[in-house]
Design a binder for this molecule. Structure first.
Ligand SMILES: Nc1ncnc2c1ncn2[C@@H]1O[C@H](COP(=O)(O)OP(=O)(O)OP(=O)(O)O)[C@@H](O)[C@H]1O
Ligand SMILES: [Mg+2]
Length: 269
């Protein structure tokens, strides 16, 4: 049965500052959603709240996967329910090879009862699966022998992200691609990789300013966030319109939220 990631009237604050003020969003397995919005509108905040980052306090509303409330679950338990966040492991872990990391992650997700140090996925089975997946993605097998994110270029970090997606096969993938420092090669890696991997089993929420990503992965739904709320939802044509014209028209259509934006900026200054 298809599962649903459901966000209901979500309010999130950071410290004393309310950032999200009532977000509603439903992503079903197999759907591609784009989340757009000007800088500072709260997109990454939503992603962090989904992950359960301790700095992002949920003051009202809830997040559910397949009817299970995520409130009390840590990042690992959320991953077991099928949630994947692209920035979840951006850290460099010296001494841990890509392959070892993936084997541990996959063992945790596939065997929820696993205790630390026990029941790793059998090496041979893992190696075969890893090799097949890397072939499918046209990746050099040498990559799996490198240390995790250590000296990875932007493009290689993105390859790692796609390899994780392919191996972990999450039900819901949240990709926060805000890094404007990505060169066109890196953007192509995610765009093409995601297009290869998404399908009826995976629901995707793409947070991005990159036009290319959405060209390769046409969203069925585009949501626009303004001052901590989703103010509009449309289809792929809305994403195209925003890429061409920016947010001026959206702000005119939602003067109340636009006013809040300027207010927040004044407070920040
Ligand atoms: N850890 C934090 N500490 C303080 N303020 C924060 C924190 N995280 C987010 N904020 C504030 O919340 C607001 C929303 O930020 P957020 O990063 O969610 O925006 P965004 O939509 O992802 O923007 P961008 O398009 O630039 O990535 C901003 O005003 C930001 O300063
Ligand atoms: Mg962001």
């Amino acid at each position: 049965m298809n599962s649903v990631l459901k966000i209901e009237d979500l309010h999130v604050k950071v410290g004393e500052t309310p950032i999200l003020t009532g977000v509603n969003l439903e992503v079903k397995q197999g759907e591609i959603h784009a989340l757009m919005g000007p800088n500072g509108s709260g997109k990454s905040t939503l992603a962090y709240a989904l992950m359960g980052h301790p700095k992002y306090e949920i003051t009202h509303g809830k997040i559910e996967i397949g009817g299970v409330d995520l409130a009390e679950l840590d990042a690992c338990e959320r991953a077991r329910l099928g949630l994947f966040l692209a920035f979840q492991y951006p850290v460099t872990i010296p001494g841990v090879k890509v392959a070892d990391f993936l084997r541990l992650a996959i063992s945790n997700i596939r065997n929820p009862e696993r205790k630390e140090g026990e029941n790793l996925m059998p090496m041979r089975e893992f190696r075969t699966e890893l090799r097949q997946t890397m072939d499918q993605l046209n990746m050099d097998s040498e990559f799996a022998r490198r240390y995790l994110n250590d000296g990875f270029s932007g493009g290689e970090k993105k390859r790692m992200e796609i390899l994780q997606l392919a191996m972990l096969k999450p039900k819901f993938a949240i990709l926060d691609e805000t890094d404007s420092g990505l060169d066109s090669d890196a953007v192509r890696v995610v765009s093409e990789g995601l297009a290869k991997l998404s399908g009826p089993e995976m629901g995707v929420l793409i947070i991005t300013h990159h036009e290319r990503l959405l060209e390769y992965n046409e969203p069925q739904f585009t949501h626009v966030m303004l001052a901590g709320k989703i103010v509009e939802t449309g289809d792929a044509s809305l994403a195209r319109e925003l890429h061409e014209n920016g947010y001026t028209e959206v702000r005119k259509r939602h003067p109340e939220e636009a006013a809040l934006e300027t207010e927040q900026e004044t407070v920040a200054k």
